[in-house]
Design a protein around this ligand. Structure first.
Ligand SMILES: [Zn+2]
Length: 67
């Protein structure tokens, strides 16, 4: 069994997400890279420049009304 030898472990994968800006509420205004539920690198809103730093929980920046 070498099913897991392909480095496809989801926990190690970086996913790209577009989220609504929590500041100006621009839809999909911020493109963020996420790994293990933490942001990778720095991202900012294309409209207002709202800044999301590296290594924070993305969940904190997603509007609560999306749950
Ligand atoms: Zn914004």
């Amino acid at each position: 069994m070498s099913v897991f030898a392909g480095c496809m472990d989801a926990r190690n994968m970086i996913s790209i997400k577009e989220i609504d800006c929590p500041s100006c509420e621009k839809a999909n205004g911020i493109e963020v890279f996420e790994k293990d539920s933490l942001t990778v690198g720095e991202s900012s809103c294309t409209q207002c420049g709202y800044f999301i730093p590296d290594g924070v929980h993305l969940i904190k920046f997603i509007a609560e009304d999306e749950y």
